[in-house]
Design a protein around this ligand. Sequence first.
Ligand code: ING
Length: 308
Amino acid sequence: MTVMKIAGAQLGAIQRADSRESVVKRMIALLDEAASKGADMVVYPELALTTFFPRWYMEDQAEIDFWFETEMPNAATQPLFDRARALNIAITFGYAEKTPDGHYYNTSVVTDRQANIVGKYRKVHLPGHSDYDTERAFQHLEKRYFEPGDLGFNVWRNEGVVMGMAICNDRRWPETFRVLGLQGVELVTIGYNTPAVNSQMNTEGLEKRLFHSDLSLQAGAYQNATYVAGIAKAGMEDGHPLMGGSIIVDPDGFVLSRAVTEADELIIAECDFAKCAFGKSTIFDFERHRRIEHYGRITSQVGVILEV
Ligand code: ING
């Protein structure tokens, strides 16, 4: 079985005025640090190239399109791919994708050690809203700017490890992890941009939001006997705080490494993927234990139906 040193490259704030080139320089600095620590793979956050622009209400399509990439790699990100190839390190990161036929997704890609893109994921669970919401302390317009992902939840055998991707809000839905778990996933990488405060409940503080992020990531890991890397974009972006809390979790749900700042920060953990086998062959041997005849509501029903 494979052992890999997985690094999480948490990013600090990216201001609206920051260029992609300046961000890629920061990403390469984290990549170099990861290489110095013997990392085999680096996990970057959701929407890693720009500020979290869904907090801004925009109507002009050209203004919206500014935040999207039409090809990957591209001029701004090629230096990152080149450096990763030179260092023989696999990477995964998120970005806003505009497809040639005009579709808009919150996307992440994963590469092998030679910087070849081996997998793409488009965020399925889009939180927030589509129109300007006067009731909110700040906007969260992912439903306005992105379409729900059309690729589903898939895995790839990359560098000898069965890897899957999810993005941010996906981690809060157990279906995400279970669909990957049913494909034998051994490492789920999840970048996130999570506001440090709730736009609809200002009494919900950072501690509770960090707890919910940990809970979601640890539960997903344990209940599917997989490693999980949840990596944040953190810090104050144009006056809007994003929480940190990046962690790498083992197949028993234990946190192996945790970020302690809200800045650019590398966390790292040695992952022995043989450790996934025990859970997958005992308590979470899905073939032996699951009773799908009782699970019909999960795919036949969207919302709650009160029958009592
Ligand atoms: N952000 C947040 C997330 O799911 C959110 C939105 C925060 C939803 C807290 C519910 C509670 O972490 C993104 N980008 O999905």
